[in-house]
Design a protein around this ligand. Sequence first.
Ligand SMILES: [Zn+2]
Length: 315
Amino acid sequence: MAKITIRAVLQQRTLKSITRAVGVGLHSGQRVELTLRPAPADTGIVFRRVDLPEPVDIPMRAESVTDTRLASTVSTGGAKVQTVEHIMSACAGLGLDNLYIDITADEVPILDGSASSFVFLLQSAGIELQKAPRRFIRVLRPVEVREGEGDNLKWARLDPYHGFKLSFEIDFDHRVVNATGQRYEFDLSVGQYARDIARARTFGFTKEVEYMRSKGLALGGGLDNAIVMDDHKVLNAGGLRYDDEFVKHKILDAMGDLYIVGKPLLAAYSAFRSGHALNNKLLRELLAQSDAYEIVTFEDTRQAPRGFGEIARAW
Ligand SMILES: [Zn+2]
């Protein structure tokens, strides 16, 4: 008797229904509405500026990133969207491939300064499996970018890994940050993004905030959407959400920055004091070396890294 093997392809995912959010941009302080809509297989994640005379689509690609000061900004032609990293991180963490994000201004709302509101929105809309295999970028050999020397050194690298994990080290000489863990490793197959990473908020220091405001930046920022510290302590009444919230937010940012490449990575990312600029440089370095990666699908979910078939099980 012939043995029957049931193979389940690891499928692409989009949303089941439309969902909306309203908030303010961290830097612009401008009110903005987001509408998250299901998108067909192989669309990827596409921002659509619906406030312009003609709507403009901005697809997620490494080369769409045109500014990395303070946040990751993507653009097509003259149309841009700033601060995409937190919503992109939520999409990466929940394994969402295809999505239209209609936006009414040039900056994603900051909401609570973490990715948890986006996780809640996406989970509320539900997940739809699609009739196309998920395509991954599998890293085949190490790729690294470095900047500066001595106290200014920063680097980020990708190594081959059957799964996706991130290890990040920050180096802030501040008594509050010093008192917390400055290094953390998160493995998507083992940890839970929504529980372990998504709630970590962006952070800043009162001195910097005053300077940024004088430059017309961080106009929407405050204690509701960032951890704010003076020279000695955290000013937020509720304190920290995680003991090591700072480094966890850097991992959250890195997941978002890397997901801009358009497909999930199969790699081990590690970084020391990296940021939006270096994360994007790392993607470009990877794509510039065609022998450093390949595109793969899993015709049998059992061959995918552990947990990848169920990453969105909480949906
Ligand atoms: Zn951030």
